[in-house]
Design a protein around this ligand. Structure first.
Ligand code: FE
Length: 221
């Protein structure tokens, strides 16, 4: 009797009360788990070490960058410090950017927009923005950000006038960039916390501007 190969994929397990799909681990996942077990067995790391590192990685998110940008929008002196010495400005805000070799903040203006890419791989300011999105690591983005940055922006929903210059910056292991987007018009009365909600991850990579201050956005963000 033949067995339907798809049947196995549709099997589920009943862990902690609800069904989980049972699936085969990929080669790399198996290898990672095997290395983890060996490191634990040999006492190189403990389960607590691993969990602490996972927690640390998860805690780094675009919220860090958004705090920096929002503060820069409301505090011109902080903005000057952020542009002059980004790592020191991060430390001031309790953000640990010491793992970055060189860290540069690129200020957008009405006439110039900056866009960040890593053409070689996926270099990204992780302490500030967390893990890069999959599209940032894609070959398509890495090639097109250089060849057709305006086209990429258009796909992210942003049409730039021909009079606005686009500057593309190629990250490396040694240098990481953060875009300081323009403060959206109509946000004069907003607090730093409210402003931070307008600062998206993509606006700090530079593929779009910060979110507009639409009447509903303050409630829903
Ligand atoms: Fe890279």
């Amino acid at each position: 009797m033949s067995v339907d190969p798809s049947a196995k994929q549709n099997e589920t397990t009943q862990e902690h009360g609800h069904p989980h799909p049972k699936h085969e681990l990929s080669y790399h996942a198996k290898r990672i788990y095997a290395i983890r077990e060996l490191l634990l067995e040999k006492g190189v790391v403990t389960r607590e070490d691993i969990q602490a590192q996972i927690d640390y990685q998860e805690a780094r998110s675009p919220a860090n960058g958004a705090r920096l940008v929002a503060r820069a929008w409301v505090d011109p002196k902080f903005k000057a410090r952020l542009l002059a010495d980004p790592k020191a400005a991060c430390a001031e805000m309790g953000i640990d950017a010491t793992s970055l070799n060189e860290f540069v903040v690129l200020e957008n203006s009405e006439k110039v927009r900056h866009m960040v890419v890593c053409t070689l791989c996926s270099c990204y300011p992780r302490p500030i923005l967390g893990r890069p999105p999959d599209w940032y690591k894609s070959f398509n983005y890495r090639a097109r950000a250089v060849n057709d940055p305006r086209g990429v922006m258009r796909e992210f929903g942003q049409e730039l006038g021909a009079d606005i210059e686009v500057r593309v910056h190629d990250s490396t292991a040694d240098i990481r960039y953060l875009v300081l987007p323009l403060r959206p018009p109509g946000t004069e009365g907003m607090s730093g916390e409210e402003l931070a909600k307008l600062v998206t991850r993509d606006s700090m990579i530079g593929v779009v501007d910060a979110l507009p201050a639409l009447p509903g956005s303050r409630k829903n963000a």
